[in-house]
Design a protein around this ligand. Structure first.
Ligand SMILES: [Zn+2]
Length: 171
């Protein structure tokens, strides 16, 4: 009889931990999903302003470095969170939940680090002639697409085609 109450508490704590993990994962997904970053004011090119003028490049550089800062803060938060939470649970079920949570966090952190590297490469490539042109067909990727996906290296059409091919290969 005494045991039942405790089991109830453990299960509640377990469910709570799972919800928290899910929430954290969803929140991070928003920052890394599809290489998108939405926190910017759209650039208004002047009439007759040429594609990728200095102003547009500065604007994209700004978006990229802001996004990188945000991701770096996320990575730091993950590290701190894991250090704070590294408690030793006597209950195997609690331990399993924590291990699951940590492995999700590690995967997220790995994804964020890769994305930071990609952002760094993109910032370096801003100075090159290839930047802003589709690596597959060579047309302009376009300012609006670059604003929404500054790490994009393909135009919308080539990207869509690649995704269709990808689905055909992997089902
Ligand atoms: Zn293309």
């Amino acid at each position: 009889m005494i045991g039942l109450h405790n089991i109830g508490n453990t299960m509640a704590a377990d469910a709570k931990a799972k919800t928290a993990t899910k929430k954290a994962a969803t929140r991070r997904k928003a920052a890394t999903k599809d290489s998108q970053f939405r926190n910017f004011t759209p650039y208004k090119p002047k009439r007759s302003e040429e594609y990728l003028s200095e102003g547009q490049l500065d604007h994209l550089r700004g978006i990229l470095s802001q996004w990188r800062t945000q991701l770096m803060e996320e990575v730091d938060r993950t590290v701190n969170h894991m250090q704070d939470d590294a408690a030793n649970f006597p209950d195997p079920a609690d331990r399993a939940t924590q291990e699951e949570e940590f492995s999700i966090e590690l995967r997220t952190r790995d994804r964020e680090r890769k994305l930071i590297k990609k952002i760094n490469r993109t910032i370096d490539s801003l100075e090159t002639d290839d930047f802003g042109y589709c690596e597959t067909c060579g047309i302009e990727i376009g300012l609006r697409r670059l604003e929404a996906r500054p790490t994009a290296t393909q135009c919308v059409d080539c990207k869509a085609l690649d995704e269709i091919k990808e689905r055909q290969i992997h089902g």
